[in-house]
Design a protein around this ligand. Structure first.
Ligand SMILES: [Zn+2]
Length: 355
């Protein structure tokens, strides 16, 4: 695989048509962006006679300090449904923009940022890792605490032939991971209140909504804010389907990109908030309802039957819409007085960290 350095913003779509259905859908949607934002060619990756683009979309005002909601997907090449879910939201949002005055109004004071296909070569090769055999979600320079040394799942440096490979010792981050991190730093970090969601699939039978950390079972700094946000979601959508929890409640890993970005953001000056979440869609449910899926590698991570795919594509639009609303109205969860914050944090620790 040959890596090509990031280019300017010259995007010649024809070059990439037909490589992946998810990219083709993105090209179709790009047509609707118009003057509402910019489409950025963040980089290119050459692999087996093809060139794959990394494409970012930024909608809304050019003022980067405004509230920013961002959506990422396709980190793991097998979890195509993640990209399909974020494209479904983008489709709805862009079509609303064509006629809905309130959506148009939202973009005057807020931003929506997306990178829907982060690992196109992995997707093309039908594998979790990137073209180099590296698991991008184990690739950041973050070391987990109290992880068993023989745990492969949490990340290892034994061989790219095994899943969950972190990459070689002391190597720079993989190209895709670098592009993602740079994009987040450039387009999200300046925002005074930002929420991001990275969409994955495959773990368990429920849809889990994870917040940091993946690297440690210790509570992270913004627990009170997340707990307040969870209370708002519980009240606003009492029948929602999400199990909201710190990722480390399920498993601990090395190299989580969002741990890395969150910590990096923490080191910045100024009063700003960046909360990175992961939506882990439980695929065991799809497998249980259609057992034959077990025997296909894509089937383990994606809904195969048409009605289940449709259900999944519409299932999360409410959540993304809720989060986009939440950043626009931070008063009830992100701007809590210090004394209330102490109480909320204690409640959150009792709720999530009691054991
Ligand atoms: Zn994943």
């Amino acid at each position: 695989m040959k890596l090509v350095k990031p280019l300017g913003n010259e995007l010649n779509i024809k070059r990439y048509v037909g490589l992946l259905p998810e990219l083709d859908e993105l090209f179709e949607l790009i047509e609707l962006v118009g003057s509402w934002g910019t489409v950025k060619l963040l980089g290119e990756i050459e692999h087996s006679d093809h060139v794959f683009p990394l494409i970012g979309i930024v909608l809304g005002t050019e003022d980067k300090t405004v509230p920013t909601f961002s959506l990422f997907s396709g980190v793991h090449g097998l979890e195509r449904i993640g990209s399909q879910v974020s494209l479904a939201y983008l489709r709805t949002f862009l079509n609303l923009l064509q006629w809905d005055k309130s959506t148009q109004d939202v973009l005057k004071r807020n931003r929506l940022v997306l990178l829907p296909v982060i690992n196109p070569v992995g997707m093309f090769l039908k594998r979790r890792s990137n073209g180099q055999g590296v698991d991008l979600m184990r690739n950041a320079p973050v070391k987990a605490e109290k992880l068993h040394p023989l745990s492969l799942y949490g990340g290892h440096r034994i061989s790219s032939k095994l899943p969950w490979y972190q990459g070689p010792f002391n190597a720079p981050m993989e190209y895709e991971a670098q592009i993602l991190c740079r994009f987040v730093r450039e387009e999200v970090f300046e925002s005074k209140v930002a929420i991001s969601v990275d969409v994955h699939s495959g773990y368990g039978a429920r849809d889990r909504f994870w917040f940091p950390y993946a690297k440690t079972r210790n509570p992270f700094k913004h627990l009170a804010e997340v707990f307040a946000l969870k209370s708002m979601l519980d009240k606003t959508y009492p029948n929602h389907i999400y199990k909201i929890e710190p990722q480390s409640r399920q498993y601990v890993t090395h190299g989580d990109l969002w741990d890395y970005l969150y910590d990096q953001h923490q080191s910045l000056e100024g009063n700003r908030l960046f909360l990175p979440f992961c939506l882990e869609m439980g695929s065991w449910l799809w497998v249980r309802k259609n057992f034959r899926q077990m025997f296909s590698i894509l089937g383990v991570f994606n809904p195969i039957t048409r009605h289940r795919l449709q259900r999944t594509l519409r299932r999360h639009i409410h959540l993304f819409d809720f989060l986009f609303r939440a950043i626009q109205s931070p008063g009830h969860w992100a701007e809590i007085p210090p004394n209330e914050k102490i109480i909320l944090r204690k409640q959150a620790i009792d709720f999530w960290y009691d054991d």
